[in-house]
Write a protein that binds this ligand. Structure first.
Ligand SMILES: [Fe+2]
Length: 327
């Protein structure tokens, strides 16, 4: 009986580390009792586990063994779930970082999406109407060379609407065999397996020596708490839709930060984020600069550069929305 009690105490301790798991009637050492009692009081609600403890008190030895088996199973299942989450949707300290807080320029109703510009020649390749953003672009593009992609979207947003894409997602889309973009993945030599693949959409990582971002995506707006970014990264294609949607696995990403007005953040193309529906009418200015490689540039959705800078990737004429619905 003592063995069973000790086993249950151990299992409960592993399953519920925040609870005093001493079995009723067990002698508790003088150093253990105060610490356990303190952690019990200061952490989670006590009642449900107290009820569980009382139930244990009245169980026969046979039933206690059965409970021990259940606890052992649960403990194993929890460990397996933790391991899966660490492999497929890990907490990553550097999934995003705050870069600067700035005042946005006076709005002009600019609507450009993923326009290719040249990092080494911003002055001549950023259109005249977007020059108010030049300082922000310059600060974000300092570590970069070659073609980068600028989005500026300025317009009024009505209550209940989201300015940009709502719903939790990552920027990197997932391409599966048979998708309209599968041919592009093949042309990039990623067809060796029929497994789904992430298509690059800026990539991004933090240089551990300089602590500065490499590639990745810079973004922000002039409206506080209208965007949220999560301190995790998605590494499994299984949980990601063709458009990067990960709304069905929201529970895997507990830690987040909301952007303030004028905040410019950096993130990777696999960092979960979302844009919120606004509560009242606002004029929102959204800024984004993709500084890393992208797998495809959509001629039907993206804005060509009047100065003639071309995307340095495959150009696709598909309609991201209609063509997917028809497949
Ligand atoms: Fe996004």
């Amino acid at each position: 009986m003592d063995e069973v009690n000790a086993g249950i105490a151990e299992l409960l301790a592993s399953c519920f580390p925040f609870v005093d798991t001493a079995i009723p009637g067990e002698e508790v050492g003088p150093t253990k009792a105060p610490a356990a009692a303190a952690s019990h009081k200061e952490s989670y609600p006590k009642l449900p586990l107290d009820v569980f403890e009382v139930i244990l008190f009245y169980l026969s030895a046979r039933d206690l063994k059965a409970v021990a088996k259940v606890c052992r199973f649960l403990s194993g299942a929890v460990k397996r779930e933790h391991a899966w989450r660490e492999a497929h949707a890990p907490y990553v300290e550097h999934a995003f970082t705050h870069v600067l807080t700035t005042r946005f320029p006076p709005p002009k109703g600019i609507q450009i999406n993923m326009m290719p510009i040249l990092a080494e020649d911003l002055y001549h390749t950023v259109p005249e109407e977007c020059r108010g953003y030049l300082e922000i672009i310059n600060l974000c593009a300092m570590q970069t060379k070659g073609v980068i992609y600028l989005t500026i979207d300025e317009h009024e947003v009505l209550p209940g609407e989201a300015h940009r894409r709502p719903g939790l997602h990552v920027e990197s889309p997932v391409v599966r065999p048979g998708d309209p973009l599968a041919r592009i993945a093949k042309s990039k030599g990623e067809e060796k397996s029929l497994d789904p693949v992430f298509l690059a959409w800026g990539q991004g990582m933090i240089d551990m020596v300089t602590k500065k971002p490499l590639d990745g995506i810079y973004f922000g707006s002039n409206v506080a708490r209208s965007s949220r970014v999560y301190r995790s990264m998605v590494t499994s294609t299984a949980m990601v839709g063709h458009d990067g949607d990960i709304g069905s696995v929201r529970h895997l990403f507990p830690r987040h930060t909301d952007l303030g007005a004028g905040d410019i953040f950096w993130m990777t193309d696999r960092t979960p984020h979302e844009s919120f529906h606004v509560k009242k009418k606002v004029y929102r200015q959204f800024f984004r600069l993709v500084t890393g490689p992208i797998g495809v540039w959509f001629s039907k959705h993206n804005t060509p550069n009047p100065a003639g800078v071309l995307p340095n990737c495959v150009i696709s004429d598909i309609d991201k929305f209609a063509d997917y619905e028809s497949t």
